[in-house]
Design a binder for this molecule. Sequence first.
Ligand code: PRX
Length: 567
Amino acid sequence: MTNIGSYDERVKNFSWSIAEKELDYKDGNIINIGWYCSDRICEQGKGDKTALYHEGFTGEQRKYTFNDIRLAGNTIGNFLRKLGIENEDRVCLFMDKIPELYLSFLGVLKIGAIVQPLFSAFGDESLYVRLENAGTKAIITQRKHAGKVRKIIDRLPDLEHIIIVDQKKDKALKEKEVAFNLTEEEPVEKIDIYPTKADSPSVLHYTSGTTGQPKGVRHVHYSLISQYLTTKWVLDLKDDDIYWCTADPGWVTGTSYGIIGPWSLGVTQCVLDKGFSADSWYKFIDKYKVTMWYSAPTAIRSLMKAGEELVKKHDLSSLRQLASVGEPLNAEAVIWSEKVFGMPFLDTYWQTETGCMMICNYPGMKVKPGSMGKPFPGIEGVVLDPKSYEPITEPGQAGLIAFKPGWPSMMTTYWNNEEKYKEKFVNGWYLAGDRSTIDKEGYFWFIGRDDDVINTGGHLVSPFEVESALIEHEAVAESAVVSKPDEVNMEVVKAFITLKPGYEVNDDLELSVMNFIRKKLSPLAMPQEIEYVENLPKTRSGKIMRRILHAKEWGEEIGDTSTLEDD
Ligand code: PRX
C-alpha cells in the first residue's frame, strides 16, 4: 500500500490540514523545523532510532540516532547563542557533506536564526556576493574552506564569526575565527527552542537568474507542511525505510528532501560525502540496504554509461522506489531504469522558489516516460499563453508553467530584492520561468527554460555571473556565455570571448581562463569550451545577443536579427 493511495482521490479531497493534523500543528502555534526534525521524533519514542548513517570520502563511517541529532542541534544552537547570534540573523553553512552540516542546520533553526546553506565548491567570489547580499553574521565552515573566507572577510563588515568545526581549540586562529568541535563539546540536554511561527524565516537559498546577482530565496518555517507531505506521498517514505538523497544541502533538494522531509517523518537516511562513481554508489546502496533513492538525471545518465553489467555485480534488491529531480529526465533513462533496477525513476519537477515538489510522478500512477507527471494534490498548475498570460486549455500547446500561489513552502521574497520577487507574478499566477505542454490526460512535458540560465547537471548557472567574472581576467575584453549540448550533463557552459590587444590564443591562456573561473566561481561555472571571436553579436544599443550564439550551439533557427549591430 502506498502512502498516497489513489492520486485522483487525493486531488478531490485535498487540504494542507492533512499535514497540519499529522504534525499536531494548529494555526497560530509555534512551528520550528529544527524541533520537528529531532525533539518531536524523540518525544514519539524514536530517540534510539538511527537518523543518519554517514560515510566520509576516506570511507570512515559515523552513525547518529535521533537523540544524537537532537543533542547536537542543541549544542550548536547554544554555542551560536553564546556568540551573540539572535533570531533572524543569517548563519551560513559552508561545508562538504559532513555530519556537522546536517546537525548545524538543525541548530541554527532551533534558535530562530536563518540558515544560509552554500555549496562548498563555490570559489571566493561566489561566496562573497551571497554573504554580502544576505548580510550574513556567522559562517560555519571547515579548515579546508576557511582560506576562501579569509580572502573576502575584509569586504564583509557584517560577518562577525567564522566558526571552524574541525579545528582544535588550542590552535592559533585568525581574526574573527573560533574553533568549535562537536566531539569536544559537552552535549547540551535542553535549550529554549525559539518560538518561530508559520511566517518566521527559516532557510535562505541562493539561486541564479539571467541578469543581476544571485537571488536569495527566503523560506519560512511553515514550509515544513508541504515538505513533510510531499516526502510522504511522493517519496512514499515509511518508518522502516532507509533513504538516500544524493543532493548536496548547498542546494534546495539537499535541505527540503535531504534533511527536513525525511527527519520530520522520523526516517533513517544515509549520506555519502564522496564524488560520483557508479561502482561506489552501487556499493553504498548495497551496504546500507537503501530502499528509497532520490537522485538526478545527470547521475542516472552516468550510471547508464557505466552499463548494465556493473549493476548485476551488486545486490541492489533492497531498493523499492526511485525518484529524480533537477533537470529533464529523458524517456531513455526511465526505460533503462525499469529494465535494470526493475522500476522507473519517478520524475519530480520543482524549484528553489517553490520549496517543495510541484509536478510529480506518484507511486501507483501510470508513468509516461519523459513526462514530469501531474501537479501535487492541492497545487494548481497550468501553462499560460506567453502573450495573454491566460491558461491554455488546448492539450499539447506549449506555454509557460505557472502555479496559483498559496502552498506552504512558497518563497516569501527574494532577499533585499522585492522588485525581482514581484516580477515573478502575473495575473495572480506565479511564473516558474519554464515552458511545457500538458497532454489530454493532464501530464506535463517539459520543453525548456524561458530564460538564458544554464542548467548543467541539475545546477543552475547564471551566464551573467560567468560573463562578469570572465572580464576580470587580464586577457579578456568581452564575453558572452551560453549553454551547449552535452551527452551526460545535458548542458554545459560555453564562453565566447574577445581578447585584449597583445594576447594570443594558446593552450596556456585557455587553461588560465578556465581555472580563473573555477577558482573564483565554481567548477560548475567553468566553461567547458572557449571560442575566441573577433566580435560578439550585439544589438544596435550594444547589448550582447546571447540568443544568436545559443541558437548556433543547438543547431536552431537564429530568428530575427534585424537589430544586429553589423546588419
Ligand atoms: O528549469 C527547471 C529545472 O530546474 C529549475 C529549478 O532549479 P533549482 O531552483 O536549482 O531547483 C532544482 C531542484 C528542485 C526548474 O525551473 N528542473 C527542475 N526539475 C526538473 C527541471 N527541469 C525538467 N524536469 C524536471 N524534473
